[in-house]
Design a protein around this ligand. Sequence first.
Ligand SMILES: CC(C)(COP(=O)(O)OP(=O)(O)OC[C@H]1O[C@@H](n2cnc3c(N)ncnc32)[C@H](O)[C@@H]1OP(=O)(O)O)[C@@H](O)C(=O)NCCC(=O)NCCS
Length: 268
Amino acid sequence: MKSIHHELRRAWEQVRRRHPLVSLLLVIRKTFRPFVNWDIFDVFETDLRLPLPESYSKGKFDVRIYGGPKDLKRTIEDLTSFNDLLPVDIELRFGRGDVVGVAYAADQVVGCMWLTFANGTELEFGTSWIMNAAEALRYDSFVRPDWRGRAIHSLLNDALNRYARERGILRTLGEISVLNSQSLSLPKHLRRVRTMRVVVFHVRGLNWTYRKAVGAPFESRFAIEPGLPNRNPRYQFGNCHGLCKIIGPVAHSFPFQTPHETKRKTIS
Ligand SMILES: CC(C)(COP(=O)(O)OP(=O)(O)OC[C@H]1O[C@@H](n2cnc3c(N)ncnc32)[C@H](O)[C@@H]1OP(=O)(O)O)[C@@H](O)C(=O)NCCC(=O)NCCS
Protein backbone atom coordinates (compact mmCIF):
# COMPACT_ATOMS: atom_id res chain seq x y z
CA MET A 1 0.00 0.00 0.00
CA LYS A 2 2.81 2.33 0.99
CA SER A 3 4.59 1.48 -2.24
CA ILE A 4 1.52 2.31 -4.38
CA HIS A 5 1.17 5.60 -2.58
CA HIS A 6 4.86 6.31 -3.17
CA GLU A 7 4.57 5.46 -6.88
CA LEU A 8 1.48 7.65 -7.23
CA ARG A 9 3.32 10.55 -5.64
CA ARG A 10 6.27 10.04 -7.95
CA ALA A 11 3.97 9.75 -10.95
CA TRP A 12 2.23 12.97 -9.97
CA GLU A 13 5.61 14.69 -9.62
CA GLN A 14 6.48 13.60 -13.16
CA VAL A 15 3.15 14.80 -14.55
CA ARG A 16 3.25 18.09 -12.67
CA ARG A 17 6.64 19.02 -14.09
CA ARG A 18 5.85 18.06 -17.66
CA HIS A 19 3.89 19.87 -20.30
CA PRO A 20 0.45 18.18 -20.43
CA LEU A 21 0.98 17.32 -24.10
CA VAL A 22 4.28 15.57 -23.31
CA SER A 23 2.62 13.59 -20.50
CA LEU A 24 -0.19 12.60 -22.86
CA LEU A 25 2.27 11.48 -25.55
CA LEU A 26 4.20 9.42 -23.00
CA VAL A 27 1.02 7.70 -21.82
CA ILE A 28 -0.06 6.97 -25.42
CA ARG A 29 3.38 5.64 -26.29
CA LYS A 30 3.52 3.40 -23.25
CA THR A 31 0.02 2.07 -23.85
CA PHE A 32 0.65 1.13 -27.49
CA ARG A 33 4.23 -0.03 -26.96
CA PRO A 34 3.36 -3.71 -27.38
CA PHE A 35 2.29 -2.87 -30.97
CA VAL A 36 4.19 0.21 -32.07
CA ASN A 37 7.00 2.14 -30.51
CA TRP A 38 8.61 5.41 -31.47
CA ASP A 39 10.91 8.09 -30.25
CA ILE A 40 12.47 11.31 -31.42
CA PHE A 41 16.00 12.01 -30.24
CA ASP A 42 18.18 15.06 -30.38
CA VAL A 43 21.90 14.40 -30.67
CA PHE A 44 24.30 16.74 -28.88
CA GLU A 45 28.06 16.85 -29.17
CA THR A 46 30.68 18.36 -26.89
CA ASP A 47 34.00 19.32 -28.42
CA LEU A 48 36.51 18.60 -25.67
CA ARG A 49 39.20 20.69 -27.36
CA LEU A 50 37.22 23.80 -26.40
CA PRO A 51 37.02 25.12 -22.82
CA LEU A 52 34.38 23.19 -20.88
CA PRO A 53 31.68 25.15 -19.09
CA GLU A 54 31.60 24.61 -15.32
CA SER A 55 28.79 22.65 -13.79
CA TYR A 56 26.00 24.88 -12.46
CA SER A 57 25.31 22.64 -9.47
CA LYS A 58 25.48 24.59 -6.21
CA GLY A 59 25.30 21.73 -3.73
CA LYS A 60 28.19 19.94 -2.01
CA PHE A 61 28.62 16.73 -3.92
CA ASP A 62 31.49 14.43 -4.54
CA VAL A 63 31.80 12.65 -7.91
CA ARG A 64 33.87 9.49 -8.24
CA ILE A 65 34.55 7.67 -11.49
CA TYR A 66 34.55 3.89 -11.46
CA GLY A 67 35.52 1.37 -14.11
CA GLY A 68 37.28 -1.96 -14.52
CA PRO A 69 37.45 -5.09 -12.37
CA LYS A 70 38.94 -3.34 -9.33
CA ASP A 71 35.85 -1.11 -8.99
CA LEU A 72 33.24 -3.73 -9.83
CA LYS A 73 32.31 -4.77 -6.29
CA ARG A 74 32.01 -1.21 -5.00
CA THR A 75 29.98 -0.10 -8.04
CA ILE A 76 27.60 -3.02 -7.71
CA GLU A 77 27.11 -2.24 -4.02
CA ASP A 78 26.47 1.42 -4.69
CA LEU A 79 24.35 1.26 -7.83
CA THR A 80 22.13 -1.80 -7.57
CA SER A 81 20.26 -0.42 -4.59
CA PHE A 82 19.99 2.92 -6.29
CA ASN A 83 18.21 2.38 -9.60
CA ASP A 84 17.08 -0.63 -11.59
CA LEU A 85 20.54 -1.77 -12.74
CA LEU A 86 21.46 -5.38 -12.10
CA PRO A 87 24.99 -6.54 -11.20
CA VAL A 88 25.13 -8.30 -14.56
CA ASP A 89 24.44 -5.01 -16.37
CA ILE A 90 27.30 -3.35 -14.55
CA GLU A 91 29.59 -6.28 -15.33
CA LEU A 92 28.58 -6.11 -19.00
CA ARG A 93 29.36 -2.41 -19.16
CA PHE A 94 32.65 -2.63 -17.28
CA GLY A 95 33.59 -5.62 -19.42
CA ARG A 96 33.64 -3.48 -22.54
CA GLY A 97 35.50 -0.60 -20.90
CA ASP A 98 32.64 1.74 -19.89
CA VAL A 99 33.04 3.90 -16.82
CA VAL A 100 30.44 5.42 -14.52
CA GLY A 101 30.44 8.72 -12.66
CA VAL A 102 28.72 8.39 -9.31
CA ALA A 103 27.63 11.44 -7.32
CA TYR A 104 27.57 11.28 -3.51
CA ALA A 105 26.04 13.62 -0.95
CA ALA A 106 28.05 12.77 2.15
CA ASP A 107 28.14 8.98 1.66
CA GLN A 108 24.74 8.62 0.01
CA VAL A 109 24.60 7.84 -3.71
CA VAL A 110 22.44 10.50 -5.36
CA GLY A 111 23.13 10.15 -9.08
CA CYS A 112 25.12 8.45 -11.80
CA MET A 113 25.98 8.76 -15.48
CA TRP A 114 27.74 6.31 -17.79
CA LEU A 115 30.35 6.78 -20.50
CA THR A 116 31.24 4.28 -23.19
CA PHE A 117 34.15 4.30 -25.59
CA ALA A 118 32.79 1.36 -27.57
CA ASN A 119 31.61 1.61 -31.15
CA GLY A 120 28.21 0.16 -32.04
CA THR A 121 26.14 0.62 -28.90
CA GLU A 122 22.45 0.13 -29.43
CA LEU A 123 20.22 3.17 -29.86
CA GLU A 124 16.90 1.45 -30.52
CA PHE A 125 15.30 -1.18 -32.80
CA GLY A 126 18.37 -2.53 -34.53
CA THR A 127 19.97 0.88 -34.83
CA SER A 128 23.41 1.41 -33.41
CA TRP A 129 25.76 4.30 -32.87
CA ILE A 130 28.80 4.82 -35.07
CA MET A 131 31.56 6.12 -32.83
CA ASN A 132 34.84 7.22 -34.32
CA ALA A 133 38.20 6.91 -32.61
CA ALA A 134 38.59 9.58 -29.92
CA GLU A 135 34.84 9.79 -29.36
CA ALA A 136 32.79 8.63 -26.39
CA LEU A 137 29.08 8.40 -25.64
CA ARG A 138 27.43 9.59 -22.41
CA TYR A 139 24.39 7.60 -21.49
CA ASP A 140 21.98 6.42 -18.81
CA SER A 141 22.03 9.33 -16.44
CA PHE A 142 19.93 8.92 -13.34
CA VAL A 143 19.40 11.14 -10.32
CA ARG A 144 17.56 9.90 -7.26
CA PRO A 145 14.06 11.46 -7.42
CA ASP A 146 14.34 13.27 -4.08
CA TRP A 147 17.65 14.83 -5.20
CA ARG A 148 16.44 16.17 -8.54
CA GLY A 149 16.47 19.85 -9.37
CA ARG A 150 19.98 20.45 -7.89
CA ALA A 151 21.85 20.11 -11.19
CA ILE A 152 23.56 16.87 -10.17
CA HIS A 153 23.07 15.88 -13.81
CA SER A 154 25.26 18.81 -14.89
CA LEU A 155 27.90 17.86 -12.31
CA LEU A 156 28.10 14.30 -13.61
CA ASN A 157 28.14 15.52 -17.20
CA ASP A 158 31.04 17.84 -16.41
CA ALA A 159 32.98 15.14 -14.52
CA LEU A 160 32.67 12.65 -17.37
CA ASN A 161 33.62 15.20 -20.01
CA ARG A 162 36.76 16.06 -18.06
CA TYR A 163 37.55 12.39 -17.50
CA ALA A 164 37.13 11.68 -21.23
CA ARG A 165 39.38 14.60 -22.14
CA GLU A 166 42.11 13.29 -19.83
CA ARG A 167 41.83 9.97 -21.64
CA GLY A 168 42.55 11.69 -24.99
CA ILE A 169 38.94 11.77 -26.19
CA LEU A 170 38.19 14.74 -28.44
CA ARG A 171 34.40 14.63 -28.55
CA THR A 172 31.59 13.24 -26.42
CA LEU A 173 28.10 12.63 -27.68
CA GLY A 174 24.71 12.02 -26.21
CA GLU A 175 21.13 11.68 -27.27
CA ILE A 176 18.02 12.92 -25.50
CA SER A 177 14.44 12.10 -26.26
CA VAL A 178 12.50 15.26 -27.12
CA LEU A 179 9.90 14.05 -24.61
CA ASN A 180 12.44 14.18 -21.78
CA SER A 181 12.17 17.81 -20.74
CA GLN A 182 14.11 17.21 -17.50
CA SER A 183 17.10 15.97 -19.42
CA LEU A 184 16.81 18.62 -22.12
CA SER A 185 17.33 21.25 -19.45
CA LEU A 186 21.10 20.57 -19.53
CA PRO A 187 21.78 21.50 -23.18
CA LYS A 188 19.43 24.44 -22.73
CA HIS A 189 21.48 25.69 -19.77
CA LEU A 190 24.74 25.12 -21.65
CA ARG A 191 23.29 26.68 -24.83
CA ARG A 192 24.16 23.58 -26.81
CA VAL A 193 22.63 23.22 -30.25
CA ARG A 194 21.63 19.76 -31.43
CA THR A 195 23.68 18.39 -34.29
CA MET A 196 20.91 16.14 -35.54
CA ARG A 197 17.38 14.97 -34.77
CA VAL A 198 16.50 11.32 -35.27
CA VAL A 199 13.02 9.84 -35.61
CA VAL A 200 12.61 6.10 -35.03
CA PHE A 201 9.27 4.34 -35.50
CA HIS A 202 8.88 0.60 -35.08
CA VAL A 203 5.89 -1.65 -35.86
CA ARG A 204 6.33 -4.77 -33.82
CA GLY A 205 4.04 -7.22 -35.63
CA LEU A 206 5.65 -6.43 -38.99
CA ASN A 207 9.11 -5.96 -37.54
CA TRP A 208 9.30 -2.82 -39.65
CA THR A 209 11.29 0.23 -38.63
CA TYR A 210 11.23 3.69 -40.08
CA ARG A 211 14.27 5.86 -39.40
CA LYS A 212 14.81 9.44 -40.39
CA ALA A 213 17.43 12.00 -39.46
CA VAL A 214 17.47 15.72 -39.98
CA GLY A 215 20.46 18.04 -39.56
CA ALA A 216 22.98 15.42 -40.69
CA PRO A 217 22.83 12.21 -42.74
CA PHE A 218 21.54 9.28 -40.71
CA GLU A 219 24.45 7.11 -41.88
CA SER A 220 26.97 9.61 -40.54
CA ARG A 221 26.13 8.55 -36.96
CA PHE A 222 24.04 5.39 -37.04
CA ALA A 223 24.21 1.95 -38.58
CA ILE A 224 21.18 -0.24 -39.24
CA GLU A 225 22.32 -3.27 -37.32
CA PRO A 226 21.82 -4.56 -33.80
CA GLY A 227 24.20 -2.85 -31.47
CA LEU A 228 25.99 -3.79 -28.28
CA PRO A 229 23.36 -4.03 -25.56
CA ASN A 230 23.76 -2.14 -22.33
CA ARG A 231 21.38 -4.16 -20.27
CA ASN A 232 20.04 -7.57 -19.73
CA PRO A 233 16.84 -7.89 -21.76
CA ARG A 234 14.18 -7.16 -19.20
CA TYR A 235 11.50 -4.71 -18.47
CA GLN A 236 12.57 -1.09 -18.44
CA PHE A 237 10.64 2.02 -17.69
CA GLY A 238 12.44 4.48 -19.91
CA ASN A 239 12.26 8.09 -18.95
CA CYS A 240 8.96 8.16 -17.06
CA HIS A 241 9.77 5.86 -14.16
CA GLY A 242 6.99 6.73 -11.72
CA LEU A 243 4.26 7.18 -14.27
CA CYS A 244 5.21 4.08 -16.22
CA LYS A 245 5.32 1.87 -13.16
CA ILE A 246 1.60 2.45 -12.96
CA ILE A 247 0.82 2.35 -16.68
CA GLY A 248 3.27 -0.45 -17.39
CA PRO A 249 1.29 -3.37 -15.99
CA VAL A 250 -1.81 -2.24 -17.93
CA ALA A 251 0.10 -1.86 -21.19
CA HIS A 252 1.81 -5.18 -20.68
CA SER A 253 -1.41 -7.04 -20.20
CA PHE A 254 -1.85 -6.88 -23.99
CA PRO A 255 -1.30 -10.22 -25.73
CA PHE A 256 1.96 -9.03 -27.33
CA GLN A 257 4.97 -8.22 -25.22
CA THR A 258 7.92 -6.29 -26.43
CA PRO A 259 10.93 -8.63 -26.46
CA HIS A 260 12.85 -6.11 -24.48
CA GLU A 261 12.74 -2.45 -23.88
CA THR A 262 16.36 -1.79 -23.47
CA LYS A 263 16.16 1.82 -24.40
CA ARG A 264 19.24 3.51 -23.24
CA LYS A 265 19.16 7.15 -22.48
CA THR A 266 22.10 9.22 -23.33
CA ILE A 267 22.70 12.77 -22.60
CA SER A 268 24.23 15.92 -23.89
C1 LIG B 1 17.12 13.91 -16.20
C2 LIG B 1 17.72 13.90 -14.80
C3 LIG B 1 19.00 13.06 -14.83
C4 LIG B 1 18.07 15.35 -14.44
O1 LIG B 1 18.80 15.35 -13.22
P1 LIG B 1 18.81 16.63 -12.23
O2 LIG B 1 20.09 16.56 -11.47
O3 LIG B 1 17.55 16.71 -11.48
O4 LIG B 1 18.88 17.83 -13.27
P2 LIG B 1 18.58 19.37 -12.95
O5 LIG B 1 18.70 19.65 -11.50
O6 LIG B 1 19.42 20.15 -13.89
O7 LIG B 1 17.04 19.53 -13.32
C5 LIG B 1 16.62 19.35 -14.67
C6 LIG B 1 15.15 19.68 -14.80
O8 LIG B 1 14.38 18.80 -13.96
C7 LIG B 1 13.23 19.53 -13.49
N1 LIG B 1 13.20 19.49 -12.02
C8 LIG B 1 13.57 20.45 -11.15
N2 LIG B 1 13.35 20.02 -9.88
C9 LIG B 1 12.84 18.77 -9.98
C10 LIG B 1 12.41 17.82 -9.02
N3 LIG B 1 12.45 18.06 -7.72
N4 LIG B 1 11.94 16.63 -9.48
C11 LIG B 1 11.89 16.36 -10.79
N5 LIG B 1 12.30 17.23 -11.75
C12 LIG B 1 12.76 18.43 -11.35
C13 LIG B 1 13.31 20.94 -14.01
O9 LIG B 1 12.56 20.98 -15.19
C14 LIG B 1 14.79 21.08 -14.32
O10 LIG B 1 15.02 21.95 -15.38
P3 LIG B 1 15.24 23.55 -15.11
O11 LIG B 1 16.36 23.65 -14.12
O12 LIG B 1 15.64 24.06 -16.46
O13 LIG B 1 13.95 24.05 -14.61
C15 LIG B 1 16.74 13.34 -13.75
O14 LIG B 1 15.52 14.06 -13.85
C16 LIG B 1 16.45 11.84 -13.92
O15 LIG B 1 17.16 11.01 -13.35
N6 LIG B 1 15.42 11.50 -14.71
C17 LIG B 1 15.07 10.09 -14.96
C18 LIG B 1 16.06 9.38 -15.87
C19 LIG B 1 16.34 10.15 -17.12
O16 LIG B 1 15.45 10.67 -17.78
N7 LIG B 1 17.65 10.25 -17.43
C20 LIG B 1 18.15 11.05 -18.51
C21 LIG B 1 18.03 10.41 -19.78
S1 LIG B 1 18.69 11.44 -21.07
